[in-house]
Design a protein around this ligand. Structure first.
Ligand code: BGC
Length: 384
């Protein structure tokens, strides 16, 4: 061939080199989009989808549109072995049959409202009572039992999923048409961020959270009492026998609620203490130390000595509900919790329980024209 003097083999080589450059640029620079798959349907025939988010380090989160639920979360142990650190199921059936909020998005109001009743701007609202005399986690059919719409995305930080649910005016007794967005992102540094945003057409209480049960060992039969916990709180909100706060902010010093230094969860979980009896165990709200309201600060650090996994929780919320699976009973879905006693613990970042009836607690009222926001990030790492 006259002229530039490049052979056919030379051209082929150049093309191969260019392809190799693009492939390696993708491996370094581009995050894979979440993969979507069918995950069954609800009893009224609504299709449910599950999205698999895989980050560049190989960690994986699976999130389904029913309940905006985190179904599984695989992160490495100290040897680089992936293990699932949240309790969940491989099919939709147990979730539909009824299990205690495994991995679900909780709303419109997470935690308890005393008597299912509150007064707002002079009007009295009565909610369904689904937990003894109180309303728990948004009522009979809270956000955990609704099908959300999902929009997958990927950017330089990792793959993500933006979920949206519109709650009708009066749904489960709450005032105002309420539009919620929950955005999960599995970042490439092995952290899972959850961002909440909401607006309303009428003033309403709001307290959104995620109800994942963590078990850092990756073994669903392993009790969480063997894990170590630090909670960044000097005070907690003691409760009555139905788990409604008394209104007092009690110092944790010299109580079984002192987790200011890393402490074995099992160390005082069965102490002869009235608050522990009410739990029974830990099922309380801690008042997080904050430099200013809404600051993104460390709420807790959980670690598992056997696997070497460590989980740091950061949040903009003022409170942390730490619950140790005291009601887990190993019975089948619909009648029980499937997983065994104390095999999962929740760290629900939120406002304090029963805030609509407790004037001294930070307000949970969202008004039209304002946007509710809340950010939480679960950061995973390992120790030797
Ligand atoms: C509550 C527990 C309840 C659990 C599951 C937690 O957020 O604090 O009392 O048993 O959710 O329903």
């Amino acid at each position: 061939m006259p002229g530039i003097g490049i052979t056919r083999a030379g051209i082929a080589g150049l093309i191969l080199a260019a392809v190799a450059m693009i492939v390696s640029a993708n491996a370094k620079g581009t995050t894979a989009m979440p993969q979507k798959a069918p995950f069954g349907q609800t009893t009224d025939g609504t299709a449910v989808e599950i999205y698999t988010l895989t980050n560049k380090s190989g960690a994986e989160a699976r999130i389904m549109t029913y309940g905006g639920t985190l179904v599984s979360l695989k992160v490495p142990d100290r040897n680089g072995q992936l293990g699932n650190v949240v309790l969940g199921f491989d099919s939709l059936d147990p979730y539909l049959a009824g299990v205690p909020y495994y991995g679900a998005t909780i709303g419109r109001f997470g935690n308890r409202i005393a008597g299912g009743k509150f007064i707002l701007d002079g009007a009295t609202y009565q909610l369904p009572t689904n937990n003894g005399p109180n309303s728990l986690h948004g009522g009979n059919r809270g956000f955990d039992k609704r099908v959300w719409t999902a929009k997958p995305f990927a950017n330089k930080y990792g793959p993500g999923l933006k979920l949206t649910y519109v709650s009708a005016d009066g749904e489960e007794g709450y005032p105002g048409k309420f539009t919620t967005h929950v955005t999960y992102q599995l970042r490439n540094n092995n952290s899972l961020s959850i961002d909440y945003a909401a607006t309303t057409t009428k003033a309403t209480p709001v307290n959104l959270t995620n109800h994942s049960y963590f078990n850092l060992s990756g073994d669903v039969d392993h009790s969480i009492v063997d894990e170590m916990l630090m909670i960044n709180a000097d005070k907690f909100t003691p409760v009555d026998s139905t788990l409604i706060p008394t209104g007092v902010l009690q110092p944790v010093a010299d109580t079984p609620f002192d987790f200011r230094k890393p402490t074995l969860i099992g160390a005082h979980i069965n102490d002869d203490n009235q608050q522990i009896h009410f739990g029974p165990g830990y099922d309380h709200n801690w008042v997080l130390v904050k430099s200013k309201p809404g600051a993104m600060t460390t709420a807790a650090v959980l670690s598992d000595p056997t696997s070497g996994r460590v989980l740091e929780v950061k949040t903009t919320e003022p409170g942390l509900q730490f619950y140790t699976g005291n009601f887990q009973d190993g019975k089948p879905a619909g009648t029980g919790s499937v997983f065994k006693y104390r095999t999962g613990l929740t760290m629900e970042t939120q406002h304090f329980p029963d805030s609509p009836n407790q004037p001294s607690f930070p307000s949970t009222i969202l008004r039209p024209g304002h946007t509710y926001t809340s950010h939480t990030v679960f950061i995973f790492r390992t120790t030797k």
